[in-house]
Ligand binder design. Structure first.
Ligand SMILES: [Zn+2]
Length: 301
């Protein structure tokens, strides 16, 4: 369930099957969760934190959801927490990031200021603006809180109700990304899009679910549309960034990837996860910056 990635970073695995669930995403329920962990670490749950305290060397936290959730989960690490209350949306926005890099990135520690927690506020502001824009366009989200949390995995994000897992790369600035990975335009686009895309799943996937896997792509489509709105507003309402986003999406669907395969040739998008087959395995068909693990279907959501 938890894999120690070093430096106080833990990869949370088995995110849909760590608790008894008949069918995550199609088995909505309210949750009453109590966690007991070594007290130097921080656990971030779904729902609302109603109580926390200490029992010996352990930290105990109690999380309750009064709205039925499609899936429950948590993130965990040696996190520093920041929070802001947005008076406009009445949302509480929390940010959680570690001070140190996971072991596999230690070589990069020499690049100045590589503490992920340094850029927590930037991700929180993106989340705050996303909620304002999406509330206006789609109706108010009911959850009242969202936690933007860091995960050591690099190239995808994930969104649980009230809890977003952002790839650690979203906590690096453009200079740091350039020093670590070189000049990659796709990577910059991914980092700019991943926070609004994941926040948008609070609406598309959680408030509004899907009847079967055939429809899962619709949640991805609306989340991408939401991210493109965010990009437009983030640039003062100019349409350029919106159009550029959709042009690059069109290219991603129609052009061959590094394996010589066009995403469009994988099969009908409504086949969803079943397109992950021997003929078109997901790791070859997916683009290098697949945004979501669970939420993604055949191509880059
Ligand atoms: Zn997605």
């Amino acid at each position: 369930m938890l894999e120690d990635a070093g430096g106080g970073n833990f990869a949370v695995r088995a995110r849909t099957s760590w608790y008894p669930s008949v069918n995550a995403f199609n088995d909505r329920a309210t949750f009453d969760l109590t966690f007991k962990i070594p007290d130097k670490f921080v656990l971030v749950g779904v729902g609302k934190l109603v109580k926390e305290g200490k029992e010996g060397d352990f930290a105990v936290s109690h999380w309750v959801s009064d709205i039925p959730l499609a899936v429950a989960g948590f993130n965990y690490g040696l996190f520093k927490k920041k929070e802001i209350a947005d008076p406009q949306t009445k949302y509480q926005i929390e940010g959680y990031a570690t001070s140190e890099l996971p072991s596999y990135m230690r070589g990069a520690a020499s690049i100045g200021g590589m503490s992920p927690a340094r850029l927590t506020e930037s991700a929180m502001v993106d989340a705050q603006n996303s909620i304002r824009i999406f509330n206006h366009w789609f109706g108010e989200a009911p959850y009242g809180r969202i936690a933007i949390t860091q995960q050591p995995q690099l190239n995808f994000g994930q969104s649980w109700p009230t809890l977003v897992y952002l790839p650690i790369i979203a906590f690096f600035d453009s200079t740091q990304r350039w020093q670590m990975f070189g000049m990659q335009r796709g990577l910059t686009d991914f980092v700019q899009e991943v926070t609004p895309h994941e926040v948008a799943h609070q609406w598309w996937g959680h408030i509004v679910g899907w009847t079967s896997y055939h429809d899962q792509w619709i949640s991805e489509g609306f989340s991408d549309f939401s991210a493109s709105l965010f990009l437009q507003y983030a640039q003062g309402g100019k349409i350029d960034r919106y159009q550029k986003f959709w042009e690059s999406q069109r290219q991603a669907i129609l052009e061959k990837n590094v394996f010589g395969i066009r995403h469009n040739d994988a099969g009908p998008i409504w086949m969803g996860l079943r397109l992950n087959s021997a003929r078109t395995p997901a790791h070859i068909v997916a683009s290098p910056t697949t945004r979501d693990l669970t939420f993604c279907t055949c191509c880059d959501g």
